[in-house]
Design a protein around this ligand. Structure first.
Ligand SMILES: [Zn+2]
Ligand SMILES: [Zn+2]
Length: 161
């Protein structure tokens, strides 16, 4: 059995590209675009390598999401969110969702895209739009990603959902 054999039936797999796979963990929506996967003649789908999901999750949470505009969270019981630029309060209600498009490059894998769609909140003082907090989007990412993998016919690993 080589590393490119099907984990379920052991047949040889070949590379395939899934154009769109969507997953939700409300209010976060993740769309994976041009996602490379491997598929066997029986149609069993698997990651290009076993660590792929962990690598992607780590890349998103540690490198890409910290680049997104996001407020600062204050208060333990009643949460307040402050603008990252001018530190005034953000509007309590979001008026729309914004899609942030990220290009992901992992070692030895062709670049593919990840869209993160989240409600954005306007700063009442300077008008800058941003997420409520980085913590919120980070917390929702694993579940939304697992649903997107399900959409691409990859069963979620135990314990993720
Ligand atoms: Zn198979
Ligand atoms: Zn502001």
């Amino acid at each position: 059995m080589t590393s490119t054999s099907c984990q379920r039936c052991r047949a040889e797999t070949e590379l395939t590209i899934v154009h769109v796979a969507d997953g939700d963990a409300d209010p976060l929506h993740i769309r994976l675009k041009e996602l490379p996967l491997r598929v066997c003649p029986e149609g069993h789908v698997q990651f290009v390598r076993p660590e792929f999901a962990a690598e992607l999750l780590q890349h998103l949470i540690e490198e890409d999401e910290p680049e997104l505009p996001a407020g600062e969270e204050k208060g333990l019981i009643i949460k307040k969110f402050m603008c990252e630029s001018c530190h005034q309060a953000l509007e309590p209600k979001s008026d729309h969702k914004h899609t942030f498009s990220i290009e992901i490059e992992l070692e030895e894998i062709d670049a593919f895209g990840v869209d993160l769609t989240m409600p954005v909140y306007k700063c009442s003082a300077c008008g800058k739009e941003q997420l409520h907090s980085l913590r919120e989007v980070r917390k929702l990412t694993p579940a939304a990603m697992a649903h997107a993998f399900e959409d691409a016919n990859i069963p979620p690993p135990p314990g993720v959902l």
